[in-house]
Design a protein around this ligand. Structure first.
Ligand code: ATP
Ligand code: MG
Length: 336
């Protein structure tokens, strides 16, 4: 059986953008494929500590796994939950791959350049995390790793490291699918990008300071509705889907389409010729507050114990698979 692997850092609460753009598509993918693939859903807690963490990382980890269940993930024996730091083989293989990777290729990572801001004072983890990510993937012979565009370069790095290792030390790792095939597999046309409510030229980001710019998944439905009602629009007085000239209105239509599970073209058709922005906002506010109240209700019903039980199975599974692969790599390298 091939493996699909996914992890979302749980450094802080998620935005509606993270939820609609990353979590929901992953849950759909898992539900679609869990009869024919192993699905590894892990909390990359070792990746979290390269930057600041809001709140308690251990609690955030449990919460983020609850999110998958609250978003409709259908569990079966092929779905495995685990925390990265509970599977020590990740760090072990990372070191071995550190000795295969070159400074040149690792220094070229755009994420490193962006996250380090060119400052020598950044921690070494920021430099090294793409290699840890390669270990996360290669330990499980994962073929598909649904990721955003910002991670494409890291998948290419993983492919290069796996190929180099196999050539030098003998066939050990499955080379994951190339990014174009990853995208095809995810079935994404252009991916959903939810925009900032106050500055709709930018995407919604959890690190944006202004609270009214973003909807958080733990916002009360009333609070979220207020944020939508105060979203920036424009003075054209026509409801069109036109990201360039009417980014605010277009963003609201996009949110409406995804949240109400209606195609964008249908939403556009429904609002064609209408002029009252307040009406559109009211509709979107209702949809989003409905989504949040359903989501939060479901979330409230999932207990920590349920997640800890799933982790018990998942971490036993992950350690078994990862330790086998680590041993192969250690043997190939001459360590065992
Ligand atoms: P930060 O401000 O810290 O970068 P972020 O909100 O951009 O936070 P990330 O942790 O960078 O979130 O990304 C987590 C996942 O959410 C990624 O898969 C990313 O592609 C997706 N994502 C982030 N923002 C949006 C958005 N506005 N719309 C859709 N998907 C998003
Ligand atoms: Mg980001």
């Amino acid at each position: 059986m091939k493996t699909i692997l996914t992890g979302i850092r749980s450094n802080s609460e998620m935005t509606l953008g993270n939820y609609l753009g990353a979590l929901l598509p992953m849950v759909r993918l898992a539900n679609e494929h869990s009869d024919e693939y192993q699905i590894n859903i892990f909390v990359p807690d070792l990746h979290s500590i390269i930057s600041d963490v809001d709140g308690d990382l251990k609690k955030n980890s449990i919460r983020s796994l609850k999110y998958y269940l609250a978003s409709g993930l259908e569990l079966n024996e092929n779905i495995h939950f685990y925390r990265q730091s509970y599977v020590p083989a990740h760090s072990e293989l990372c070191w071995i791959l550190d000795c295969v990777a070159t400074m040149g290729e690792t220094s070229r990572m755009i994420q490193f350049k962006e996250k380090s801001n060119g400052q020598d004072s950044c921690n070494v983890g920021i430099f090294n995390y793409p290699i840890l990510m390669a270990a996360d993937i290669l330990l499980y012979d994962a073929t598909y790793v649904p990721i955003g565009e910002d991670q494409f370069q890291h998948i290419e790095l993983t492919r290069n490291l796996a190929t180099r290792f196999n050539n030098r030390f003998g066939e050990t790792f499955t080379v994951p699918a190339k990014t174009s095939d990853q995208v095809k597999f995810m079935g994404e046309e252009d991916g959903i990008r939810i925009r900032d409510l106050i500055n709709p030229e930018k995407k919604m980001s959890k690190s944006t300071k202004a609270e009214n710019s973003k909807i958080m998944m733990d916002d009360s439905p009333e609070r979220a509705a207020k944020k939508i009602m105060s979203a920036t629009t424009d003075s054209l007085g026509e409801i069109n889907f036109d990201i360039k000239n009417q980014p605010g209105i277009s963003n609201l239509m996009l949110i409406e389409s995804v949240v109400s599970n209606t195609s964008l073209s249908e939403v556009v058709e429904n609002w064609k010729g209408k002029t009252r922005y307040g009406e559109l906002k009211k509709k979107v506010a209702e949809s989003v507050s409905g989504l949040l109240s359903d989501f939060q209700n479901r979330l409230g019903q999932i207990t920590d114990e349920q997640i800890l039980d799933l982790l018990k199975e998942g971490e036993a599974y992950a350690n078994k698979i990862a330790n086998q692969k680590l041993l192969e790599a250690q043997k190939a390298f001459g360590l065992r």
